[in-house]
Design a protein. Structure first.
Length: 76
């Protein structure tokens, strides 16, 4: 009886490994792939950051509100 149980466990392990190797993605990750985002440079400190995270003042990008205010006061 024990040898049949071991044989069953071995077959299940082989089946699981084969299924994983073939790349069967049924029920897997359904999220769409992320697209690259444009990077912009802070006009005050020069750090690069994603455009969606930047604070925009006209056509100038800043990394945060404090740098936007500093850039506006310095006449940049």
């Amino acid at each position: 009886m024990l040898k049949y149980l071991l044989l069953l466990v071995l077959l299940l392990i082989v089946w699981w490994a084969w299924k994983k190797r073939t790349g069967d993605d049924s029920g897997g990750n359904d999220a769409p792939p992320r697209t690259p985002e444009r990077m912009v440079r802070c006009a005050h400190c020069g750090v690069h950051l994603p455009e969606s995270d930047a604070v925009v003042d006209g056509d100038v990008h800043f990394c945060n509100e404090a740098h936007r205010r500093a850039g506006r006061h310095s006449g940049d």
